[in-house]
Design a protein around this ligand. Structure first.
Ligand SMILES: NC(=O)c1ccc[n+]([C@@H]2O[C@H](COP(=O)([O-])OP(=O)(O)OC[C@H]3O[C@@H](n4cnc5c(N)ncnc54)[C@H](OP(=O)(O)O)[C@@H]3O)[C@@H](O)[C@H]2O)c1
Length: 364
């Protein structure tokens, strides 16, 4: 059988580079077919190399041509934010397999994206969703009581006395367990990442939000759990290394030998679990409310958060302002439907509203 032709969107990023690593180490199974890069270069000779620095229209058209190319089998989506939505929909509508890292795509337009995916579904790359996916293999969804998404708690959970007004960018980017891009690392510090992941899981596994919970698990060994109606739990465990969920997504339904170094059983000991303190970290509750409201609200949540995180990274607002700004944007949103146009309009509205009301907040 010929190797799977893979296109990687965001090949120079944290997920993108680790995906290239998995592809490179398995040349008999995978072939890098095409890629997009941003300000950095991936330095690869492939069928398509598309620069994120080209104009938006040109970038979108070229990415669409790549992901719908008859020779392309699988598309890995790892460009952060709203920019990944169009290419994901194009790939799914062309019948391609999609391995999705960019959770924002499902947060903004989960219903549309899952409809485009149809029975084929989407291969999750996020470690939590990969864990849930693996726990669900061979199970009936009607036998699931709830999904439990684990969180390391980020850099501030273990410091309850820390004044979140004083947090520096450097402190927020210092994640205790995972090495990731800046946007998702700040989302891990506010725990908005878990709010976005709850919405992502709701769409991926067609699970009501009320049956998805978040718990703190500082060791990041259990990547998430599924509880079944009979009282059993299934969990997926492993070292915090994104190459594992990437390998699972690329090789499905097979498994790649030695995708990551073997873990000793001692590394899996001393596991702790705590309830999430929703008063200190209100982001998960906010995300749930936005998803329950539906329409353009999740897109507003996502866009306002992206703008606020960028403003924090640029030193323009305090860390503790990120989530309240998102809440204010949701409160001001006049509402809107769930068509692609309306979702993109909600995204534009949120960015415009933030620029108008918090003048110093810069473009993403
Ligand atoms: N990193 C993780 O462990 C992890 C885990 C789970 C989910 N995710 C999700 O995966 C996605 C990617 O995360 P990441 O950590 O890999 O991000 P990252 O390290 O910041 O990389 C982002 C990639 O997208 C490119 N890019 C950025 N903005 C772009 C734009 N406007 N147009 C075109 N290309 C653009 C970047 O290019 P340049 O760098 O060359 O500019 C880079 O290739 C995010 O949605 C994140 O939430 C990440």
């Amino acid at each position: 059988m010929r190797p799977l032709n893979i296109a990687v969107l965001g090949a120079t990023g944290s997920i993108g580079r680790q995906t290239l690593d998995v592809i490179d180490r398995n040349p008999e199974r995978f072939k890098l077919f095409g890629l997009t890069e941003g300000v950095r270069s991936a330095n690869r000779k492939v069928e398509y190399t598309i620069s994120g620095q080209s104009g938006v229209g040109d970038f979108d058209a070229r990415v669409e041509a790549m992901v719908t190319d008859a020779r392309c089998d699988l598309v890995v989506v790892a460009i952060p934010g709203a920019r990944a939505l169009g290419p994901t929909l194009a790939a799914l509508r062309a019948g391609k397999e999609v391995a999705l890292a960019t959770k924002e795509v499902l947060v903004m337009a989960g219903a549309l994206v899952m409809k485009a995916a149809g029975a084929r579904g989407i291969r999750p790359v996020d470690s939590e969703h990969s864990a849930i996916w693996q726990c669900l293999w061979g199970e009936e969804l009607e036998n699931v009581r709830r999904l439990v998404i684990t969180s390391s708690g980020g850099p501030f959970w273990a410091h309850p006395d820390m004044d979140l007004d004083q947090v520096t960018v450097e402190q927020a980017l210092n994640h205790p367990r995972w090495s990731m891009g800046p946007k998702v690392t700040v989302d891990s510090a506010t725990l908005m990442n878990k709010g976005l992941e709850a919405i992502e899981a709701h769409h991926l596994y067609r699970m009501p939000l009320g049956r998805i919970s978040v718990c703190i698990h500082p060791q990041s060994v259990v990547h998430s759990l599924v509880e079944f109606v009979d009282g059993s739990f299934k969990a997926q465990l492993g070292r915090p290394d994104m190459r594992l969920p990437i390998a699972v997504a690329l090789a499905y339904p097979d498994r790649l030998p030695d995708a990551v170094p073997q873990t000793s059983i001692k590394e899996l000991s001393g596991l702790e679990f705590y309830d999430l303190d929703e008063r200190r970290f209100p982001s998960v509750g906010l995300a749930r409310r936005a998803a329950a409201e539906g329409g353009g609200n999740p897109a507003v949540l996502n866009a306002a958060n992206e703008e606020a995180v960028n403003a924090f990274l640029a030193g323009e607002i305090a860390f503790s302002r990120i989530v309240p700004i998102v809440e204010e944007a949701l409160g001001a949103f006049p509402g809107g439907g769930e068509s692609l146009e309306e979702i993109l309009e909600a995204d534009r509205w949120a960015r415009g509203w933030i620029r108008e009301n918090f003048g110093t907040v810069r473009r993403a």
